[in-house]
Design a protein. Structure first.
Length: 283
């Protein structure tokens, strides 16, 4: 396995002005990969990311940020097209910087909470599958995959469980489409995290190792022994990323309801979490 750290641990938005600092910080803490979160594509360039990552000796993984103007299940077709175009931009960036996937909850805008009829929900899934199949074909031509992330019920009303994520993958029907699983969300939504990971099996393309309160892995009540066993049973040996947020980054903190610090600092969270994961999830 390779271990990564999300840029959200330290900064938002990510861009060319902080890429050198963040790649060096990730490398200095012992990470193999920096997961870069593309909130504003105008702030980033493939050249700056590639040069900084090479200088620091770390890999890069690309993760999207899905606000209301990037919603591939929106009722307005023009907004759906904006979502498709944003994903294409992320795919082009991923191909240029060596990221095997674009990850994130790309099937909807984060924060949507609606009680829909069965017919309305079916329409959401149809729009999402249509758009993401198109995006997946574009990604395949560039050697990139899509890793869709189920989120907990407080952050989306569309894909909360691994079972729903698997169904969406099947509906999209592309070999380069799979899942990003996150223990923070699974801790809320799944009856058993290990069983859920095994159900995803070979569809797991990325993995976020996060504690139940988004603190450093190993500092909460997630049972990591069964997580490790399930990942092994699923044959997963890819990227494992620590993702957390700080209340000092107010827009992101509000979106994910982070009202208090979960560690003394981002460095402490990343350092302690990585040390724990290297023991709990051996390569």
């Amino acid at each position: 396995m390779r271990f990564g750290a999300s840029t959200f641990i330290w900064a938002s938005p990510f861009g060319d002005d902080n890429v050198a600092e963040l790649t060096q910080r990730a490398a200095g803490l012992g990470f193999d990969v920096l997961e870069v979160c593309i909130e504003d594509p105008s702030l980033v360039s493939a050249e700056a990311i590639r040069d900084a990552a090479q200088a620091a000796g770390v890999g890069v993984s690309v993760c999207g940020a899905f606000g209301p103007d990037r919603d591939v299940t929106h009722e307005d077709a023009a907004v759906r097209r904006q979502g498709v175009q944003y994903l294409r931009t992320c795919i082009d960036l991923a191909a240029a910087v060596g990221s095997t996937d674009v990850s994130g909850p790309m099937y909807s805008a984060t924060g949507k909470a609606r009680l829909l009829t069965d017919a309305e929900r079916e329409q959401q899934w149809a729009w999402g599958a249509e758009c993401l199949a198109e995006v997946a074909d574009y990604a395949a031509d560039r050697g990139v995959g899509l890793a869709m992330e189920p989120l907990n019920r407080f952050e989306t009303d569309m894909v909360n469980t691994v079972e729903q994520g698997v169904r969406l993958c099947e509906r999209i029907g592309r070999d380069n489409v799979g899942l990003l699983l996150d223990t923070f969300h699974m801790n809320i939504e799944e009856k058993d995290i290990g069983t859920a990971i095994r159900a995803a099996g070979g569809l797991v393309r990325n993995f976020h190792a996060c504690e139940n309160d988004r603190g450093a892995p190993g500092s909460g009540h997630v049972d990591w022994g069964p997580v490790a066993a399930a990942l092994a049973d699923a044959g997963y040996d890819g990227l494992v990323v620590i993702e957390s947020f700080t209340p000092t980054i107010k827009e992101i903190a509000r979106a994910v309801s982070t009202w208090r610090p979960v560690a003394a600092s981002g460095d402490d969270l990343a350092r302690d979490g990585l040390a724990f994961l290297r023991e709990a999830l051996p390569a």
